[in-house]
Design a protein around this ligand. Sequence first.
Ligand code: GLU
Length: 469
Amino acid sequence: MSRGAFFESVSTYFDRAASFSKIEKGLLKQVKTCNSIYRMRFPVRGDDGQVRVVEAFRAEHSYHRLPTKGGIRFSRMVNLNETVALAALMTYKCALVGVPFGGAKGGVRISPASESEGFRERVIRRYTAELIRKNFIGPDIDVPAPDYGTGEREMGLIVDTYKNICMNEQNAYACVTGKPLTMQGIPGRTQATGQGVYFGLKAALEKKELTAQLDLTPGLSGKRVILQGLGKVGFHAVKHLQKDGGAVIVGVSEQEGGIYSSDGIDVEALLRQRQETGSILNFPGAENRDRGAVMEESCDILIPAALENQITAENAPRIQAKIVGEAANGPVDRGGDEILRKRGILVIPDLYLNAGGVTVSYFEWLKNRSGVSFDRMISRHEEMVNREMVNAMETLTGQKLAADRREELILGPDELRLVVSALEETMNRSFGKIYEFWRERDLPDLRTAAFLKAIEKVANSYKDHGIFP
Ligand code: GLU
């Protein structure tokens, strides 16, 4: 797979969607282009005492809304084109689900699994210092988050580095999201992308017209699911599909190989096994399979949740799923996309389906800026209202509620429940809008509808801001 393939795919998806719009050419060009790119090389001392030169990037794709927002990836595969394509996807993703940020993305070219904790810490601290030096980070400027190969620990190190250098910044904690809870993170962020994938698939399968078209019964219950990539996103997606949706996870593939069981795989037990042994293979009750072959087994929903370019013109003819849910960014390239569309397989595109992560990042950023957690902000007033309501209910019905139920109703939801219900609402509402737009405009597929909707929103916001009087 060539390095530019992902970039070209995003560009093709943009152009195809843009061909259905009436927006003037110059403005379309502005919406498509990447506004700033910072490419850096810096020295970091390795564990053996030798200096190593590390290459890294940050791309800020669109300033139509500020701050810009997007994760930081640690991977050997990181390159400029990939970073720019991922930043562009962030712009469209945010626009689509109503998160008021421009898109950005960062990447550091190291292989995290083969580096020590100490080395990764030195890298992320130095990377943060480089971003500060060029004004590429800040609560109102550009706000990173986790992505492939990074997590809470790195986000904590970013905020720690940032607040020690930018000591006058009042909102320092809002310079990055996905932080540990002890460092002003928000409950539910770690699982947000995966849980968002679950809510997104649930919303899609509730559309009876759509399920009829795919020859599926409505709802998630009993649907056979295959997952590629048991990372943070993939694991949480299938965990919720299994536990809350009643779906059956029949296949999982990872770097070491794949497993398949028509009776279903307990994904929590599978994750425990992988954490203990380093492998998903030889899982009780499942057969070992070749890594690529698992994706080609018969199923209702295939979820690629690893990296880009996993379904291409080469393997797309053999995919047997009815729905491909893009949990990763860019897992289907343009050649693969074309074939899936012709074969009537529904692709639920990344820019919608994995937007749960940035949605909850937005809540975290808001919370950091207001300096108070959400449940605390609303609880006093709600408690009063709820107490009145419960009292009235009891008087009206003449029945007393059990003490714990009464307490639950009066206190209202905790922060995690608030976050999860806002996430569900966002995913539901956004699917409804994209779906209607797809049908109303008679567009060829859901991806084109999602891209076009996002493009129109970004283009309109340029107009709203009077940048082009
Ligand atoms: N890296 C995630 C994504 O690709 C989350 C970005 C964020 O939370 O800012 O959507």
